[in-house]
Design a protein around this ligand. Structure first.
Ligand code: UD1
Length: 377
């Protein structure tokens, strides 16, 4: 039997920690052959390159170098540059992760060429179509042939949308595979000492959602209660490039607010693991704090990852200053009780994905022998 040629796609920072365990698990399978394409949606040393090094992600076979642009321009550029790669390399399957523009563009491109698509982190829904990621999730799942689900809500959402059960595989969370594998290294980076912080003596803040940072008034609203928190403890704020300029223009600051450049994976995870509190609008950090048992206050009105609220330490505080203030006070007074991690967040999600891919190869092989198309569509 020929190995199944899987073309893996990464594009933006949150993709890198998801693809790493999948590529590593796939390397151990003689039935799979991997090609890695980086779209270049994120390209900075600190937003991309460092992650390849830290997580031992192989050098991409192809870099589309699309860079930053409007949604339409960026998506169009990925589509245009990805199509010839598919035509030349002819993979048996394209595997995409997460919900960024690269996820959407590459799955659309593959599906139009009749190449089956696997989506890792399928089924998550915020039910908020003003979020670009929600559109990316809906479209990607609509064209995907294999849908790898990370939490129970994903199964329920896909069922509700009528996705055939045979396409859906509940495998767990690959981001948590990376967390579990890297935590000892992350704790040994000396990040606290370098930043002059004491374990459980500081809060960690990240903000990059357009709805929070693009308008000065929205940024001031969410930052208000956090600037007050700075009187009680230092707040370390690695500033995403999207937020940097807007923050500087806003003039918002406080003596305890320590803004720093975006951090690498290991340094950030080391800091997150020892924080008293995390404040964030990121999706991944809600999941990571759930497993680490660190209180997380999410500065959004909704989450596509509800298991972090039901099984984890996540509190949806929204963007109203009074609610954020109350959530911070409550978390400092009585930290949430740490529960069992969500089902299958055990560090072995990538291995389960590889098993399904091997099964897909065997099924494709059987249908080829019978002379029918490989795709289930
Ligand atoms: C993207 C994803 C978002 C994800 C986030 C993680 C989409 C729609 N959004 O948002 O889901 O949570 O990544 O970071 O795919 N920039 C740099 N260096 C870089 C990359 C970007 O300076 O390496 C700057 C550019 O000025 C760019 C801005 O950051 O305009 C925003 O980048 P972009 O990729 O458009 O979206 P993110 O906000 O990063």
């Amino acid at each position: 039997m020929k190995p199944l040629h899987v073309l893996h796609v990464v594009g933006a920072r949150p993709n890198f920690m998801k693809i790493a365990p999948i590529l590593h698990a796939a390397q151990g399978s003689p039935g799979l052959r991997a090609t890695l394409v980086h779209t270049g949606q994120h390209y900075d040393e600190k937003m991309a390159r460092l992650f390849f090094e830290e997580l031992a992600i192989p050098r991409p076979d192809v870099d589309l170098e699309v860079g930053s642009a409007s949604h339409a321009q960026q998506t169009a550029l990925i589509l245009t540059r990805f199509e010839p790669v598919l035509l030349e390399r002819r993979p048996d399957l394209v595997l995409v992760v997460g919900d960024v523009n690269s996820t959407l563009a590459c799955s659309l491109c593959a599906s139009k060429l009749g190449i089956p698509v696997a989506h890792v982190e399928a089924g998550l829904r915020s039910f908020d179509r003003t979020m670009p990621e929600e559109i990316n999730r809906l479209v990607t799942d609509a064209v995907a042939d294999l849908l790898f689900v990370s939490e129970p809500s994903g199964l329920a959402n896909l069922k509700q949308e009528g996705v055939p059960e045979g396409k859906v595989h509940f495998v767990g969370n690959v981001m948590i595979d990376t967390l579990r594998a890297q935590l000892p290294r992350a704790k040994a980076t000396g990040a606290l000492r370098r930043n002059g912080l004491e374990p459980r003596g500081y809060a960690l803040l990240t903000l990059h959602r357009p709805s929070n940072v693009d308008e000065p008034a929205s940024l001031a609203r969410v930052l208000g209660p956090i600037l007050e928190l700075c009187r009680q403890m230092p707040v370390l704020f690695p500033v995403h490039p999207r937020t940097r300029e807007r923050l500087a223009r806003s003039g918002l600051s406080a003596p305890g607010l320590r803004t720093v450049e975006p951090l690498g994976y290991l340094e950030f995870l080391g800091l997150l693991a020892e924080a008293r509190l995390a404040l964030t609008d990121s999706g991944g950090i809600q999941e990571e704090t759930t497993v680490l048992g660190i209180p997380c206050i999410t500065l959004r009105e909704n989450t596509e990852r509800p298991v972090t609220v039901t099984h984890g330490t996540n509190v949806l505080a929204g963007t109203d200053p009074a609610r954020i203030r109350a959530a911070i006070a409550a978390a400092l007074e009585a930290p949430p009780i740490v529960q069992e991690p969500p089902p299958m967040w055990d560090g072995h999600a990538a291995e389960r994905i590889v098993e399904v891919l091997e099964g897909f190869r065997a099924a494709a092989d059987r249908s080829e022998t019978r002379g029918s198309p490989t795709s289930s569509r």
